[in-house]
Structure formats: C-alpha cells, structure tokens
Design a binder for this molecule. Structure first.
Ligand SMILES: C[S@@+](CC[C@H](N)C(=O)[O-])C[C@H]1O[C@@H](n2cnc3c(N)ncnc32)[C@H](O)[C@@H]1O
Length: 244
C-alpha cells in the first residue's frame, strides 16, 4: 500500500497519459512509492450532456465551472472526510488529506511546499484542475490549499498539477537513484541556493574548458568550489534567495 495517494480531477484526463507512462512519476508508481488516480470531472457532469460549466452571473466572457460536479467529484475522491461543513468551508479533520486548488490567485508553489507535501505520510493529495474562466467562487470552500505555479495564466490547471505532482513525487524515498543526497544538493535544496554549474565529457568543447578543479580529483577542493560557485550564481541570478 503506497504511503502517498494522489487524485487529480480534470476535464481533460487524457492530458495525463504521457505523464503517467513516460516520466519519473511512472517510475514512482511502478516502484509502489505512490498511487495516482485521474478522475474525469465529466463523470460528475449534469444532465445528458454532462455539463460542468455555465455562464457567469453578472456577465463577462467565457464559462465558469459549476459547483455541483466539483463537490461530487471531490467527495467521490475523499469519501466522508469532507462531508461535514462549518460555515462556508469544508471541514477536513484528517491532517493527512490536502485538497489543492490550482489557481493563478494561489500562493506561488515552491520547493518548500513540495517538501512539505512529500513529507506528510501517509497522505492523500487531491488536485483540482480548473478550466474555462475558472471556478465558481464557492468551489474554493472545498480546498485546503490554493497554489499558483507562477504569475501567468494557462488554459487549465492540468500542467500546474503535473508540475507540482512531479516535484513532490521525486522527493519520495526510493524514487531518485541518489537518495535524499540527490535532491539536497539541487537548486532550492538544503541551503536554499541555486545549484553550481555542472559539466560532463568532453573536458574541452569548441574552446570551452571544464574548470580545472573539477578534473583534480580533490574532493574537498571540489566541494568548496561548488559552494562558492553556487553562491555566485545565486547572487547573480536570484539574489532574493540568499538568506531565505
Ligand atoms: C484560464 S484559467 C482561469 C483564469 C482566471 N479567469 C483568472 O483570471 O485568474 C483556467 C484554470 O487554469 C488553471 N491555471 C491557470 N493559470 C494557472 C497558474 N498560473 N497556476 C495554477 N493554475 C493555473 C486554474 O485551475 C484556472 O482555474
């Protein structure tokens, strides 16, 4: 039984086919580190045409996602856990369940969020992928968390959910070859800085040489070089990360 179950609710479930068969996520599922279910929102659509959207009150362009299909789809994923209501928000009294709405209005997702979500164990993460002009505002009552993947607008939440799921799943024990060390030394890892530049064969390509120290075999010097280059790179490209 995997320690992490992920449910992704979407009107475009086919968008996840390659993601689930070709990626590191596929490997994690094969290894039993997690289980992923893709839930087609249209299964919960209304009427003969399985309607999941409607015109916004007060006018405006495009269509909005309706409450009914979303509440039913989330309740299908989480069972009774979300069935109790307090005021206008669903009460999720299970600390192992997170219901994550994708939205440009959400908190910007970071490596710290990926680590936090990968660290809840056992856990069930439910991702809500919006579409069209977005969600009826009442659907937000279902969410325990609301995340954006950056200050830009996409057509749907599928790529946002896939990006977040990938970054979470690769942190699960046993998924990456190098273990925790493999991710601790990466960008935004242990010290929060960017990773130092890396090189592979050949030692010289079109006049560009690999730094001498990396060919020296002196591990202490190499480590010191990596730390110093990581700091320089972070100061140059992302100074706001220093000291975070
Ligand atoms: C076209 S967008 C809706 C945009 C919305 N009308 C607005 O102006 O904020 C449709 C859906 O794509 C997803 N989405 C779009 N951009 C996103 C982002 N930067 N991060 C996370 N989800 C995003 C959300 O699920 C959203 O409901």
């Amino acid at each position: 039984m995997p320690m992490l179950k992920i449910s992704i609710i979407s009107v475009q479930p086919k968008m996840f086919e390659g993601f689930l068969t070709e990626s590191i996520v596929a490997r994690a599922v094969r290894k039993g580190a997690c289980e992923i279910e893709i839930v087609d929102l249209r299964e919960f659509g209304e009427g003969r045409w399985r309607k999941v959207d409607d015109k916004p009150y007060g006018g405006g362009p495009g269509m909005l996602m309706k409450c009914g299909p979303w509440f039913e789809a989330v309740e299908y994923c989480v069972g009774e856990k979300v069935a109790r209501w307090e005021g206008e928000r669903a009460r999720v009294d299970d600390g192992h369940l997170r219901i994550i709405m994708t939205s440009p209005a959400g908190k910007t997702f970071t490596q710290r969020d990926a680590e936090m979500l990968a660290g809840i164990s056992p856990s069930h993460l439910v991702f809500m992928c919006g579409h069209y002009e977005g969600f009826d505002a009442r659907i937000e009552a279902l969410a325990t968390d609301k995340y954006s993947v950056g200050d830009f607008v996409m057509t749907g939440g599928e790529l946002a959910a896939a990006a977040m799921v990938d970054s979470i799943v690769r942190l699960l024990p046993g998924v990456l070859g190098g273990g925790p060390q493999a991710t601790a030394s990466e960008s935004f890892g242990r010290d929060g800085m960017l990773e130092a530049p890396q090189y592979t064969h050949p030692p010289e390509f079109r006049g560009m040489k690999v730094p001498e120290v990396l060919l020296s075999g002196d591990h202490a010097k190499i480590e010191a070089w990596k730390r110093s280059e990581a700091r320089k790179l972070t100061e140059r490209e992302r100074p706001e990360l220093i000291g975070m």
